[in-house]
Design a binder for this molecule. Sequence first.
Ligand code: F6P
Length: 326
Amino acid sequence: MNSNIAIVCSGGDASGMNPALKRFVEYSYAKGLNPYFVRNGYEGLIDNLITPATYQDVSGIITRGGTKIGSARSLRFKEASYRTIAADNLRSHGIDKLIVLGGDGSFRGMERFYHETGIAFCGIPSTIDNDINGTDYCLGVDTALGVIRNAIDQIRDTASSFRRAFVIETMGRNCGYLALISAITSGAEMCLIPELPIDIHEFSGCYRSQIQKGRDYFIAIVSEALNSREVSEWFENELGFESRVSVLGHIQRGGSPSVYDRLMAYKFVTYAIDALLEGNSHSVICYNKSHFNFKTIDEVALHPHQLDPELLTLAREQFLPSHCQM
Ligand code: F6P
């Protein structure tokens, strides 16, 4: 008899989840598995929102951001009594394997669930923040970076026409990855991220000199963990330069998945299903230096994420006030 496998999205949605769902259904059938969807994250495990998945369900979704099956942050799943209900629901459908698209908190919860129930899982790192320890890449970050690039390029059009400093706030929770990559690739003057403490007052002399020589706009990228309004006030009060804050917000979570996110979704799901079939019962599939590998939950969730040291070195050279070009 075919065995049954389910997929669930947990936490903040990310572009690339729909391509992952499509591959999940197609590859499951190819491997003789019966695929199921769990709707609305771990909430759906508890509420038994578990249904067989068909080819029709995933037809045409590869181009769409978000996730067709919904996602959620579940507080109830943290309670053992609800996890028991979730396990009973899965067993009632004959499901003993799960693919989880989510972040380290979701994997940690699933690890506990595995030890309590024996239901195997493989986690696929999925978050635009790209802040999961142990993997260089998380599903969705490439699309988010594309959305941010487009937004900054367009803001530059108006900034350059109107002699203003634009302070553009990106998402990322406590991680500066989105802000840093965006600042480098959009040619921003300033980049403020939690990982690189900077006293902006040290820019005063350099920026004044640049203004005297003709600079007529600034682009400053600020990670959401820092205070973009204060930065904008600094431009106005310290430099007398008109300034606006633009908080990009949740547009960063949407958009048609990039080619890279689609391809990575395809590979992640393929290798995750292979691993479950080979008996790898509780791991996270990671991507490091162009190679896929499987890590334990402790390897990805025990330590906080740290920005790639090479990136940080580049960031120092580019964005520290001491490197500001007069
Ligand atoms: O983790 C993804 C993320 O978009 C973060 O960048 C952001 O801080 C957070 O989720 C926003 O959460 P919510 O959608 O609940 O407002």
